[in-house]
Design a binder for this molecule. Sequence first.
Ligand code: F6R
Length: 370
Amino acid sequence: EKDGYPSFMEKEIHDQPAAVGDTLLGRLDENGSLTLDEIKIDEAVLRSIDKIVVIACGTAAYAGQVARYAIEHWCRIPTEVELAHEFRYRDPIVNEKTLVVAVSQSGETMDTLMAVRHAQEQGAKVVAICNTNGSTIPREADAVLYTHAGPEIAVASTKAFLAQITAAYLLGLYLAQLRGNKYKDEIASLLTELEAMPAKIQRVLDEVEPQVKELASGMKDAGSVLFLGRHVGFPVAMEGALKLKEIAYIHAEGFAAGELKHGPIALIDQGQPVIVIVPSPNGRDSLHAKVVSNIQEIRARGAETIVIAEEGDEAVREFANHVLHVPAAPTLLQPLLATVPLQIFACELAGAKGYDVDQPRNLAKSVTVE
Ligand code: F6R
């Protein structure tokens, strides 16, 4: 069932165009709007929501962080993301006007389930984003938006992550659509952009994978790898670091690029590998210029810089030891592309070190104890 791939993880990385495509399937109308019949929560209630809290653990929580940037921008609803195990014990302020979004591949993560129950006790409505039909979290939630990534066997989550982000975009755009048409044109064009993502992910696999594999096979002896990102690139950086810890047992950390000078830059010395996720040069604000200047700063201190940038972005080349180009996409959708090289990197590095990438030590696929 590995379809000829050496590991489930590698197969699942390659399943991602389909995982995203299938998660979109049947949910987009021809007239540029969204139909999410499964969100069986009264529309009046959804219109009255004044806060969204995303609860999840691990990789699913990073998907939640990506969701936050998108939902706040499109819906203008204050959105928080919290690790489920922290949420429960914090005495969180949650009520009937709070929409809780519980993200879980397995639907069985005990901490996330307990957080769902806690939120419901306070009167909140819960939407689950889940990959496993009929599992506990979707059964207890008020509504469920299934991701259609197919069964994920490898312990380290890959295709479920991209599918979770996709489902969260759909939820965000749906709420934006429901709550007024301020972003009507933007919603229609984003839906078109979303539909184009599976083919772009496929291009990353076809074009970037060989480069990443070559790079990773030369980095077997790295003692630590740092990941930097800004805006949606920040959770992508943390996800890249988590993959590397989990399966290659290499110390890795993801930072918000803007934090560099508040501490982490002290870690940079000669030869320190740093993977930087660069926002689109055509995106909002001056995100791109700021990240390019961060690359410059670390390069000047001896870092070995591996840069993931948008096709056509040549501004980064001067400061990069290696550039990996991914197709252009709206900034908020970029995580669906930028994450893929990081997954391949971790998988290849773990393989090169001789580890079982599907069954990393000490980890279980679903964490059903607290
Ligand atoms: C990392 C990973 C874990 C899970 C986390 C939540 O690769 O797989 O961090 O994301 O244990 O699991 P679910 O999504 O099943 O609730």
